[in-house]
Design a protein around this ligand. Structure first.
Ligand code: ATR
Length: 294
């Protein structure tokens, strides 16, 4: 099984000596994904002969790789990076709980019964984790929240915002393409300068969930630079990107004296939650966070 797997991934697989392993699936997670570093610190502390390994998978191989992992008793599950959150969702949709089905994307998959070979289910820890650094801001008083992007992370975050933030908050969603389905409490606008320019002055919290500004498109901003000065002085700009730590959007907002939050906290919290879902562990969430933060 592992031999077959090794032929379908682009990087070297080193899982032969392990009792169990978890994976991160993506097109090139071996080139800098943060989850293996975080998860492997916890495995080491638990003194387990288990490791998280990155699997660089080409789109044409992702289904076969996932099926091999499911039938490999040593595989516990793991994390899913861009662009496979929606692909894997479709492969395990019938195994998912209703609230995850509504998001349409998963970033974590795991055995339905831990420690045995059975079907994978999954969840999306992005939404829960993204709210962690803004929980007070979104619940203190009614505010206007603009979300840029409606990919896997954007959908997860909006679904959690609707459920766990002040019931009188207003929501603008901006995306490059029009979604086929959207909650009635959200006002949708295409992501362009005209639409943004009209709404930005009313926004109290701006959340970027698009990939614009990440290491693949550094120095780009999802909000045209000339519109950043239209944001209220009291507003908060939150970019869920963590690499680079300060995206072009955050750097410009910082220069204007706005309060900014980057994606580092969300990234570590989603890893804490995903580790807990995937692994049979006696550690509490606080313990896992502590170890991952060291
Ligand atoms: P993730 O799981 O991290 O959310 P994703 O599902 O690939 O990743 O979603 C990426 C988001 O960034 C989407 O909202 C995408 O817009 P589309 O739905 O129109 O594809 C957005 N995005 C990516 N590149 C973009 C660009 N150059 N300009 C604007 N939006 C972009």
């Amino acid at each position: 099984m592992i031999d077959q797997l090794a032929k379908l991934v682009e990087n070297d697989l080193s899982v032969f000596s392990l009792n169990y392993f978890s994976v991160i699936l993506g097109t090139s997670p071996s080139k800098g994904a943060r989850s293996p570093l975080l998860w492997n610190k916890v495995y080491a502390r638990e003194k387990k002969n288990v490791k998280m390994v990155p699997l660089d998978v080409r789109p044409e191989n992702i289904k076969a790789v996932f099926e091999l992992l499911e039938s490999e008793p040593k595989c516990l599950g793991g994390a899913i990076a861009v662009p496979y959150k929606e692909t894997i969702f479709k492969l395990i949709e019938d195994q998912l709980p209703e609230n995850v089905k509504q998001i349409g994307a998963v970033n974590c998959f795991y055995r339905q019964i831990k420690g045995s070979k059975n079907k994978f289910t999954g969840t999306n820890t992005d939404g829960e984790a993204a709210l962690d650094p803004i929980y007070n801001i979104i619940n203190d008083r009614p505010i206007t929240i603009a979300v840029l992007g409606f990919g896997g992370a954007g959908k997860a975050i909006l679904s959690f915002l609707l459920k766990y933030s002040h019931k009188e908050n207003s929501f603008y969603l901006f995306n490059r393409t029009r979604p086929s389905k959207i909650n009635a409490n959200i006002e949708f606008n295409l992501l362009n300068a005209d639409n943004l320019g009209g709404k930005i002055p009313y926004v109290d919290l701006l959340i970027n969930t698009t990939s614009v500004g990440s290491s693949l498109s550094k120095k780009q901003s999802p909000l045209p630079i000339e519109l950043i000065c239209k944001i209220k002085k009291s507003a908060i700009v939150y970019d869920i990107i963590y690499e680079p730590k300060y995206t072009e959007l955050l750097e410009r907002a910082n220069k204007l004296g706005l309060k900014t939050i980057n994606g580092l906290r969300m990234n570590i919290i989603q890893a804490v939650l995903a580790y807990g879902y995937t692994n049979d562990t006696d550690l509490s969430k606080e313990d896992i966070l502590q170890i991952m933060s060291e």
